[in-house]
Design a protein around this ligand. Structure first.
Ligand code: S3P
Length: 181
């Protein structure tokens, strides 16, 4: 698999709560890759939480930080990168994402809603109707998520280990189809 990948980065994209960080860690160790999480790097650069960045500087400022972190990570090879759910909306971000393999973790909104019900770390989810907010965000983003090289449909009952195994099984097929382009 490592020969096949030739150091290509893997970007996990998808909605908040889709498991990008959990799966990303597992994928990275299976591939002997580094693991990065854009949200964690943004918090390090800004020296504060994402909630605080949104509150004090606004979403546009956060999105600029996100792009600059992504730009820096894209200079590395042999890395799995868990991205923030909104990274796909900015065309400039695709100029970095497209050089790696993008994998969309496609999780049903009901599952996301259940997972995020107690979460208070996501500034975009402060509204009363969590299910409606997630549905609206997914509608706005689905066309972008669908641009991923690989779409992994996730069922509620699948474990992170099973999902990771499934991704590892699928990767060779997309590398082959990329070769033919
Ligand atoms: C966001 C997702 C979050 C974080 C920020 C905005 C979004 O990351 O980047 O709160 O716009 O969907 P996760 O997808 O890792 O939760």
């Amino acid at each position: 698999m490592n020969n096949l990948l030739q150091g290509l980065n893997i970007y996990l994209i998808g909605m908040m709560g889709s498991g990008k960080s959990t799966i990303g860690h597992l994928l990275a160790s299976a591939l002997d890759y580094r693991f990065f999480d854009t949200d964690i790097l943004i918090e390090k650069v800004a020296e504060t939480s994402i909630n605080e960045i949104f509150k004090n500087k606004g979403e546009a400022y956060f999105r600029d930080l996100e792009t600059s972190v992504l730009e820096q990570i894209s200079g590395y090879t042999r890395s799995v990168i868990a991205t923030g759910g909104g990274i796909v909306i900015k065309p400039k971000n695709w100029s970095y994402l497209r050089y790696g393999l993008t994998i969309w973790l496609d999780v049903p909104v009901e599952v996301l809603t259940a997972r995020l019900a107690q979460d208070d770390s996501r500034p975009l989810l402060k509204e009363a109707d969590l299910n409606l907010k997630l549905t609206t965000l997914l509608q706005e983003r689905i066309n972008f998520y669908q641009q991923a090289d690989l779409i992994i449909k996730i069922e509620a009952e699948q474990t992170p280990a099973e999902i990771t195994k499934h991704i590892l099984q699928k990767i060779p097929s997309i590398l082959k189809s990329n070769d033919q382009n």
